[in-house]
Design a protein around this ligand. Structure first.
Ligand code: FAD
Length: 418
């Protein structure tokens, strides 16, 4: 059991200087950056800005990018928050083959020359990156595990919250029962137990003299959609550095013939309105989902759900279950973050974990019979009532409105012709 307290004392670690910078492993396909790579860069930027300010350091966000014909994407990576890009452009790297990618990324991560142009002041001491981020997709999950095995350090997978802090740790084995301050520790949070519990993972050096060992980089894979990219700034400047790795014929035995990006079928970002439903549909789940579906169709909205609904707590026909009761529709800390113009919360109480996913919506409407539901405090319009009563009225009014809009369009067209 590890006890964690915010730091109060001044013990320091003795590995300062060897571990520098945050390396972000970028993915691209057909010469386009995968959007989630930019989300990782955004979070890396925010974390390192705070880090450098807090510790009065000048450590960098370094994007590591492998591929074929990818050099020209380097400036985009700088525009999205990287201080520097280390790229390897080679026809053999057109597709991410785990064996060769692991070899090259591990080389970059352990070669002081890789950072020579970027931060000459750290070259002589450099041993490995301080932190490392991968994407928690099918490529990044595999790659992160093999790279971290190669680098002989730990890995936290499927992370959706990150904090850097100094922690007082007391642990029977790691610290031999003493309280020791671990500086600049990356707290990596992951949703566990079906998303209902957050686990914090720490990658800590063994400071017990009997089993002393350093564990760096502190690394994780990050859930796509967990963070927002920063706004692209084409005026940002940074260092773009080509790395020449060493590999041989043996490493190139596996050939990939084709790769396709499987897009999330639920593209919230393409919709201005999102209608989400929660446990409040319980009185008549399938009929209520049909009502919500009708409303969403009229509003040209996408449909979201709360986390408990995704656990298949209602008896529904196969059709409705397969379309709507899926993890990729969950809004919140354990799901997606959305920023629509209008967010309509139907039968959702407004737990903090749900609000975390939709609080940046421009305008929030809640439909709920319980005035004491926390959602009332964060919405712009609270419609007190049961969804079974309220939604049919809205649908009727929208129907009249669209009729009127159509009439107006016809009149305008007619006058236009005249
Ligand atoms: C670590 C962790 C992570 C979590 N992550 C998430 C997450 O990402 N997303 C998420 O959503 N939750 C998450 N949760 C769960 C969260 O804490 C809440 O339990 C959950 O959001 C509640 O879902 P709900 O609003 O659908 O249900 P409830 O809290 O049960 O609310 C149902 C609401 O429906 C209303 N209602 C009842 N009848 C009607 C009716 N006829 N018409 C309209 N309204 C009605 C009720 O008044 C009530 O306000 C997480 C929890 C933990 C611990």
């Amino acid at each position: 059991m590890i006890t964690i307290n915010q730091v109060q004392n001044n013990h320091t670690t003795n590995n300062e200087g060897r571990y520098r910078h945050l390396f972000v492993i970028i993915e691209s396909l057909n010469n386009e950056l995968i959007p989630s790579s930019l989300e990782m860069l955004g979070e890396a930027r925010r974390l390192m800005d705070d880090f450098n300010q807090k510790y009065n350091l000048n450590e960098k966000v370094i994007a590591i990018h492998l591929g074929d014909g990818i050099k020209d994407l380097s400036q985009d990576l700088i525009s999205y928050g990287a201080d520097a890009v280390i790229y390897v452009d080679d026809p053999n790297l057109k597709y991410p083959i785990n064996k060769i990618y692991t070899k090259i990324i591990s080389q970059i991560a352990t070669d002081p020359n890789s950072i020579r142009e970027i931060s000459p002041e750290y070259v002589s001491a450099f041993k490995k990156p301080r932190y490392m981020f991968f994407l928690a997709d099918s490529i990044g999950r595999h790659l992160s595990s093999t790279v971290l095995a190669e680098l002989d350090s730990g890995l936290a997978s499927d992370i959706n919250k990150l904090v850097i802090s100094d922690l007082d740790i007391k642990h029977q084995h790691k610290t031999k029962g003493e309280t020791i301050t671990y500086k600049k520790t990356l707290e990596m949070y992951r949703p566990d137990f079906s998303g209902f519990l957050w686990t914090t993972i720490l990658c800590l050096d063994n400071k017990n003299p009997e089993i002393e060992k350093e564990f760096h980089p502190q690394a994780c894979s990050i859930i796509p959609g967990a963070f927002q990219p920063i706004i692209k700034d084409t005026k940002r400047t940074g260092i773009i550095s080509q790395y020449r790795p060493q590999f041989n014929e043996q490493d190139l035995k596996i050939k990939v013939l084709k790769q396709e990006l499987v897009k999330n079928p639920v593209q919230f970002e393409n919709y201005k309105i999102i209608v989400s439903f929660g446990r409040g549909i319980k009185a008549n789940p399938e009929d209520n989902i049909k009502l919500i579906e009708k409303l969403a169709k009229l509003l040209n909205a996408e449909i979201g759900i709360s986390l408990p609904v995704s656990k298949k707590i209602f008896h529904l026909s196969e059709k409705y279950e397969s379309i709507y009761i899926t993890p990729n529709r969950v809004i919140g800390t354990s799901g997606r973050k959305v920023t629509p113009v209008i967010y309509i919360a139907v039968g959702i109480s407004g737990a903090i974990q749900h609000l975390d996913g939709m609080k940046e919506s421009d305008f929030v409407v809640a439909i709920n019979p319980d005035e004491n539901s926390p959602i009332k405090d964060v919405c712009d319009v609270f419609i007190k009532g049961r969804m079974e009563d309220v939604i049919p009225v809205i649908i009727e009014e929208l129907g009249k409105l669209s009729g009127r809009i159509k009439e107006k369009e016809i009149q305008v067209n007619t006058y236009g012709k005249l």
